[in-house]
Ligand binder design. Structure first.
Ligand code: FMN
Length: 214
């Protein structure tokens, strides 16, 4: 299925780095953006529940508002597209039922046939009371990882960003009092030719320390 060679895969991950300075004049073209957006929507999640919403901020006016609420980092303002990953605070029965209705229609199966699955999912969620946001947040990070990997593979630069003020992002996105809250951001675009971070060697522990083969 994949056209990417093994060395291309690893080279993509060597090529990518957390961009500190984006070229403010370069934009991600529509076709490329659409593919990256598909990578967000196609992200796998536990039980398939997709307890997230993604916000894409690409208008200059809206991006200009972001740096001051991102520890004064320049990336959100200078990038082409800023993605904000938000997660559901609670995964309630109503949400699970909406997901099951979608499953039934997409797979053309009766809703009743999903009753066993519904019980398992709701049982898991009830056991998770008080930790549902942590669980949803974990799922949102899978989407971040998938987006970072996808961007690297198509030659788009990115910077994952936890250096953001969650309460301010929630206010800007109109999330206050809603079922969702900001988790993490990701600025995407193209590196500035003067970003010296691009040339720094990667700092990673040796595979022999981090990976155990049994
Ligand atoms: C979840 C997450 C949040 C991060 N937040 C920031 C950030 O706010 N600002 C920033 O400049 N880099 C941020 N980084 C980048 C990391 O510092 C960087 O990925 C790490 O040092 C490894 O370097 P590399 O990505 O260049 O290989 C973040 C990375 C991750 C995965």
């Amino acid at each position: 299925m994949s056209n990417l060679s093994l060395s291309q895969l690893v080279n993509s991950y060597q090529w990518r780095y957390a961009v500190k300075r984006f070229d403010p004049f370069r934009r991600i073209d529509e076709a490329t953006w659409n593919a990256l957006e598909s990578s967000l929507v196609l992200t796998p999640s536990s039980f398939g529940l997709q307890p997230w919403r993604f916000y894409v901020i690409s208008s200059p006016e809206n991006k200009a508002k972001l740096s001051s609420i991102s520890w004064n980092q320049s990336q959100p303002g200078d990038c082409s597209h800023m993605v904000v990953f938000t997660a559901r605070k609670t995964v309630n029965e109503q949400y699970v039922d909406a997901f099951l209705a979608k499953t039934a229609s997409q797979r053309n199966v009766p809703l009743d046939s999903l009753a066993g699955y519904r019980k398992v999912v709701l049982g898991f969620m009830q056991n998770n009371t008080g930790r549902q946001l942590a669980w949803s947040s974990n799922q949102a990070y899978i989407a971040l990882g998938q987006l970072l990997a996808s961007a690297a593979m198509v030659g788009v630069d990115a910077c994952p960003m936890e250096g953001i003020v969650v309460a301010e992002y929630d206010k800007l996105l109109g999330l206050e009092g809603s079922d969702y809250t900001t988790i993490v951001g990701c600025a995407l675009g193209y590196r500035h030719s003067d970003d010296h971070y691009a040339k720094l060697p990667k700092v990673r522990f040796d595979a022999s320390e981090m990976v155990t083969h049994l």
